[in-house]
Ligand binder design. Structure first.
Ligand SMILES: Nc1ncnc2c1ncn2[C@@H]1O[C@H](COP(=O)(O)OP(=O)(O)OP(=O)(O)O)[C@@H](O)[C@H]1O
Ligand SMILES: O=P(O)(O)OC[C@H]1O[C@H](OP(=O)(O)OP(=O)(O)O)[C@H](O)[C@@H]1O
Ligand SMILES: [Mg+2]
Length: 281
């Protein structure tokens, strides 16, 4: 039976469960449930703290897991990233009192508060800097105001929490994070693993793409196919009307309106867009 780690709390928990549910797996009935056996799919889901998931997967106790890239790097375990899951996006940054520092080098010798000591230690070592790392559980932005640290290194999404604490970013982001699927480094993927990954990837593609159908004069077909190259290649079908063909292609949701404008300008008509419920590509 395949054993999968899923975040039980925090911002990654709900979208992770939704992704697995959309991929056809059994959902947990209540948030207190820590293990769910999906017998039909021969999978057991373990609901764990996202911070701990890389440890379970890196040591091979569980086969696959969902966590944040920042947490994976911080854990320094022997797990590797397999798939980006398209939610939980954030950046990881140093920050200090507004107007006080402009470069990460200026943090040398200072006290830096963080919940990601492994990530920060590795980053500082890579820059040849030494600083005292003050490890806190959360709400690290307040540590400067309370005199426990001179700067922080933390997750930033909108920057609102930093600003409210009178802090501003120092330097470029250390890391761009998002939710990822991980496996033990070097572990062989069984047919069961591959099936789960294909299902998840099917959901991710269905979320990002739509299906576009349109009719176009054959004379501009090549140009139209440049506009909608599809996922692999567009399907071209004959039309009764002479000199015209029908085209069907997958298009990125984010590009739908620009694509329809471009096709219309080329002479395409009858442009229809429909959602993709599920797919295997
Ligand atoms: N505001 C945020 N926006 C996007 N991702 C975030 C945000 N805060 C935390 N994360 C991501 O969530 C993961 C951290 O999980 P964590 O267990 O700390 O949960 P959390 O969402 O911070 O909830 P809580 O702090 O309430 O436990 C990391 O991968 C981190 O990048
Ligand atoms: O840039 P923003 O949109 O303000 O989001 C970033 C904040 O969100 C997270 O905090 P969370 O609410 O998880 O609390 P925590 O720090 O106690 O984990 C993170 O640790 C930052 O503090
Ligand atoms: Mg948090």
């Amino acid at each position: 039976m395949l054993r999968i780690a899923v975040p039980n709390k925090g911002g990654l928990a709900a979208p992770s469960s939704q992704l697995l549910c959309d991929a056809g797996y059994l959902a947990r009935r209540e948030s207190a449930e820590l293990v769910v056996a999906d017998l039909e799919n021969d999978i057991e889901f373990f609901f764990l703290r996202p911070r701990d998931i890389a440890v379970y997967v890196g040591t091979g106790r569980l086969d696959l897991g969902i966590t944040g890239r920042d947490l994976l790097v911080d854990s320094n375990t022997s797990a590797q990233e397999l798939v980006q899951l398209g939610f939980g996006q954030s950046t990881f940054h140093y920050a200090a009192p507004a107007g006080s520092r402009s470069d990460v080098k200026e943090l040398d010798g200072l006290r830096i508060a963080t919940s990601f000591p492994g990530l920060v230690r590795t980053d500082l070592a890579g820059r040849g800097l030494s600083a005292q790392i003050v490890t806190l559980d959360g709400a690290v932005e307040t540590a400067v105001r309370l005199g426990v640290a001179d700067a922080v290194a933390d997750v930033v999404e909108t920057g609102r929490t930093l600003r409210a604490a009178g802090l501003e970013l120092v330097g470029e982001s250390v890391l761009r994070s998002e939710a990822i699927m991980i496996a033990k480094r070097g572990a062989e993927l069984s047919a069961g693993h591959e099936r789960l990954l294909r299902r998840v990837q099917g959901v991710l593609v269905a979320r990002r793409y739509v299906m576009m159908d349109y009719d176009v004069p054959s004379s501009v077909l090549e140009k139209a196919c440049d506009v909608t190259p599809g996922y692999e290649s567009p399907t071209i079908s004959p039309l009764q009307r002479e000199g015209w063909v029908a085209v069907r292609a997958m298009v990125l949701k984010a590009d739908v309106n620009r694509t329809m404008d471009d096709l219309w300008d080329l002479g395409a008509r009858g442009i229809l867009v429909s959602g993709i419920q599920a797919c295997r590509l």
